[in-house]
Every structure is written in C-alpha cells, then in structure tokens.
Write a protein that binds this ligand. Sequence first.
Ligand code: TRP
Length: 354
Amino acid sequence: MSDFAPRVFSGVQPTGNLHLGNYLGAIRKFVALQESQDCIYCVVDLHSITAQLVHEDLKSQIRSITAAFLAAGIDPKRHIVFNQSRVSGHAELAWIFNCVARIGWMNRMTQFKEKAGKDRENASLGLLAYPSLMAADILLYRATHVPVGDDQKQHLELTRDIAIKFNNDFSERIAEAGLGTEIAVGEETVNGYFPITEPLIGGEATRVMSLKDGAKKMSKSDPSDLSRINLTDDAEQIARKIKKAKTDPDALPSEPKGLEGRPEADNLVGIFAALAEKTKADVLSEFGGRQFSEFKPVLADLAVEKLSPINGEMRRLIDDPGHIDAVLKDGGERAGAIAEKTMRDVKDIVGFLR
Ligand code: TRP
C-alpha cells in the first residue's frame, strides 16, 4: 500500500465517433468510479496530433467527447473534466519523461509498431513519444489508478517504469527536498515522488468486437458503419445494426463454455451481459437454447434502453457548445492548479532554477 491519496485519471482521444466499445470499456467505468474516488477525466487532444497533424474539426471532436462524458453521467463539478492542451504541464512533464524513458522502451510498444506500420522512419517523433506524454498525463496529477481498455496495458506498464526510474534516479534529491512519499514496490518500501500507478482493466465486454466480424475489435476506423454502434446512433439505427449483426446458425448455448469458437455469439452475449450488468453465465442461463432471431430483439431493446438517454443528452449538449466550453475552462483551471504544484516540485527535483 502506498501513502498516496487515491486519485483516478483517464483520457480519451478526440478522434472519430465514440462507440459502444468505448462506452463499455472505458466511459462507463469512469462514471462508476466517481462515486467513490477523486477523478480527473481528460480529452487528450495533444495525443490526437501524433498520428495525423491536421484535423478539420478538432474543436468539435473535443466538444463531442466532453459531451459524451457528461451525457454518460460524469459530474464535472465534483470531479475534473478538461482538455489536455489547456494545461501546459502535460507537455512540460512529457519532455522531462522523454529524458527519463529509453528509446528501447518506446521501440517495444506494440501500439507504436501497429500505428507506424511499415514506414517507421516516416512516423512522427510524437507517435514514438506518445507513451511518455501519457505517463505525464497521469503523473502530473500523481494519479494512483487508471481505468483503461486492455489495449492500453503496455502503456501503463511503461508509466510505471518511468515513475520507478524517476524515483530511483532522483531518490536523494527527492528526500533532500522533503518531497518523498513512502511507496511499496514489491517487498521493499522506497521513498519516491511519483506513485506506481495501478491499471483498472476488466469486467464483461472490456473488448467489444465488430458486429460484422467477431475477430476484430469494434473500431471507429472500420469502413462499415454497421460494424459498430455509435453513441450518437438513435434507437432505430441501434436496432437495425443489432438485427444485421453477424451470427452463426446455431442456438445459444446454456453455458459460457459453449461460446468457444463462436466469436460473434460470444460478442453479442458479452454486450448483453455488460449492458445488463450481469455475467455471461447469467445471460446464457436465461437465453440458452434460444435462436438469435429471438435473442437479438431483446438485446436491441436493452441497448436502446441503456443508450438512448445518453444519445439524447449528447445531442442536446452538442447543440450547446457554450456550456461545454465553460466546463472545459473550469476543469482546466482546477487541473492547472494541481499541475503547477507538481511542476514546481519536479523542477526542484531535477535541479532547474526557477
Ligand atoms: N492512450 C489512450 C488511448 O488511446 C488515451 C490516453 C492518453 C490515456 N493519456 C491517457 C488513457 C492517460 C489513460 C490515462 O486510449
């Protein structure tokens, strides 16, 4: 156990429409955590320029992610909602972390390899440094817990590696400045400035798959809109997409074991379970033996029931950009105050004159 006050941080990139996978894998967890934790939720606009520099509609994308946070139920008064580029500490701390992290660590990141593709030499330097900016996002607030989808696990391990190396390399200075906190690392207790952040990954449907191919993740970049349920889809669109979702000809099994080798069936049952807040076993004990022609309409009704309030609220918020902008400004000011304190400490630890 560490002595750091628990704090949750997470970020979502303002690229493309949010879909059911983003909602079940991340945003819904953000909402649940705010009941018991102090939370900071960030629209990571600086990250969104790593893959593609120029965006037509970055402002509206930032507002739309913010609208999704609020529509899903995040309370921006009790917690903090803001966009990353407003708080200069993110970029500043990321620079210091660029000098902590090793190029070898970055070269091993599977997301970098995937996004850079074959032409690695031509990827932006920002894409390579992406995880160090992500570590800065988290550690600028000395966050202890980070809810993310399982694709971000490796980035969170790197965040821990950066914190450990920083704490280690500067251990004497941290202690001299009286800035250390006791942190348990395995059996040992060390004195460090940054917490060793825990990822929060898990639950049914952490990975929501494409409705057209159970082997592919649901993705905003899939050319077929029928492959995903967007958070802005209305009831009719949701019902139509579920009706057209790929399945196999067999009836549903009565136990989760029977879903093996049936990725599309597994995905729909997982979505049902996540939306109903049940386990797959519960869902199958109810629907085992039934055909998809019976299961799909029930799933569609459930999806509409859970998603249309969010969808309606999102549309309302998107029509009121003044309100969204005020939320982000207020959040940015409160995040900025925490960030400033961290940056003062970090500058003292590294040894800059200020
Ligand atoms: N890389 C994350 C993603 O693509 C987004 C992100 C940026 C993030 N900074 C973060 C997530 C900090 C959690 C914490 O999903």
